[in-house]
Design a binder for this molecule. Structure first.
Ligand code: ASP
Ligand code: MG
Length: 442
């Protein structure tokens, strides 16, 4: 069995939904995971915010506009009269539920229930399109099997049992459709896998059914060697190892949700990234095999806060680092980059929810300096520490202000911390030097 996941753009219009229908029309049995239509989750987040701040009229206006968009999509998508009426009915019900939320008291649960509608709508519409076209397709509600535990980790045992039971319990289908992103929490309440989480849904499902392959279909032909939003002439990478892809996704490559690689890496299930708009393009195949040496790709992650922690004693007394890490651990705040000197340790975090409390605790035994609006620029490849070209990359940074460098922590990553305002220049210079072979000053 295969798992295919299609992102928001891939299901973002009637034309694209029909592309998706053609792409999945192969002999293999598969589970198809869908995102919400592009723009919908953002619209729902905004509706939720308006409800939270008590702007009921504005929330209602947004709900009305979104409802009209969906009504038009349904009219264009389905020619079969009874299926069209069935989907109109479903869409109207979802929007009634949304309207009823306006004016009620706001909670995180209400927010989660509001944002869940995007995937509920896209999968319902798409399943009826497949029915209209004569496919043997079935909708599997994600909320019947997808669950996270109290640490926000997938509850793999629960998922495996329930998903396989669902698949076996009724008529076999060629194509099972389910919602990405949404799931239940440990208490059985609606939650989600964070923005972009449909990718993660796909690999969690891939692991649960021990799929032959997981394919993530999006609007670009795989991982690129640099960020195409900021740098010209980037190129798609045909192969990456799980480790390389995990580093790139974690350090900012927008194509994949950061945790996506984990579930399939453990089981050695190939993960393939493909472009819905150009299905014949190779895309990126991610497996445990390593192809090539040296720097393969560069990505950048914004929203980074750097914390410099200086021991109040002159030297880093032994046990100092332990004390520092314990503070971050207590506040469940993970550290991305770290460098040390004789009297200080600098590290970065991207989740500042508990920054104030963390700082207060650290200040009991150290002085603390904080810099925000930083970005991590991450260079990924294989054996990059030993590669003869790598040391020269530092020359290219001679006029970029690099705040921290993490070099040698692993064989496949070098990270640079720069001000976000210097990110663009850093990415462009690295592109020229590393991938276009043009040295400094060219
Ligand atoms: N619809 C969700 C989002 O926009 C999940 C996803 O698309 O992966 O974040
Ligand atoms: Mg995505």
């Amino acid at each position: 069995m295969l798992v295919y996941k299609f992102g928001g753009t891939s299901v973002g219009s009637v034309v694209n939904m029909n592309h998706v229908k053609d792409i999945i029309n192969t002999k293999d049995q598969k589970i198809v995971v869908l995102s919400a239509m592009s723009g919908t989750t953002n619209a729902l987040v905004e509706i939720s915010r308006l409800i939270e701040v008590g702007e009921g009229d504005a929330a209602k206006a947004h709900i009305k506009t979104l409802h009209e968009t969906y009504t038009n999509v349904v009219n264009d998508l389905l020619q079969n009269e009874s299926l069209r009426q069935d989907v109109h009915h479903y869409v109207n019900t979802r929007f009634e539920i949304l309207s009823d939320a306006v004016g009620t008291s706001f909670s995180q649960l209400l927010h989660n229930e509001i944002v869940a509608n995007g995937e509920l709508l896209s999968t319902y519409m798409f399943s009826r399109l497949l029915q209209q076209e004569g496919f043997k397709a079935r909708l599997l509600p994600a909320l019947d099997f997808m669950r996270i535990d109290s640490h926000n980790e997938p509850d793999n045992f629960y998922i495996k049992q329930n998903l396989n039971r669902l698949i076996e319990s009724s008529d076999a289908a060629d194509i099972y459709i389910t919602q990405g992103f949404i799931c239940l929490d440990a208490e059985g309440k609606v939650t989600n896998l964070q923005r972009g989480g449909s990718d993660y849904t796909a690999t969690i499902i891939g692991a649960a059914i021990e799929a032959d392959e997981v394919q993530i279909w999006t609007d670009i032909d795989g991982f690129h060697n640099n960020d195409p939003r900021y740098v010209n002439d980037t190129q798609a990478l045909s192969h990456l190892s799980y480790d390389e892809a995990a580093e790139l996704a974690y350090f900012g490559a927008k194509i994949l949700h950061p945790q996506t690689v984990m579930p399939v890496r453990n089981l050695d299930i190939p993960l393939r990234l493909k472009n819905t708009m150009a299905p014949q393009a190779h895309g990126t195949l991610i497996t445990n095999k390593v192809h090539g040496e040296g720097i393969k790709a560069i990505a950048a992650k914004d929203g980074i806060t750097a914390i410099k922690i200086k021991s109040v004693r002159m030297l880093l007394a032994h046990g100092f680092l332990k004390k520092v890490f314990e503070v971050f651990e207590r506040y469940e705040t993970s550290i991305d980059m770290i460098t040390t000197s004789e009297i200080a340790v600098s590290l970065t975090i991207d989740n500042t929810t508990h920054l104030k409390a963390i700082t207060e605790e650290l200040e009991q035994f150290a002085t603390v300096d904080i810099d925000d609006y930083m970005s991590i620029v991450c260079l990924v490849g294989n054996h990059i520490i030993y590669h003869p070209d790598t040391p020269e990359l530092f020359q290219v940074l001679q006029d970029v202000n690099v705040r921290m460098i993490a070099y040698g922590g692993s064989n496949n990553n070098i990270s640079l911390l720069v001000n976000t305002s210097d990110k663009l220049e850093t990415l462009q210079k690295l592109q020229r030097y590393v991938f276009e072979g043009k040295g400094v000053g060219v």
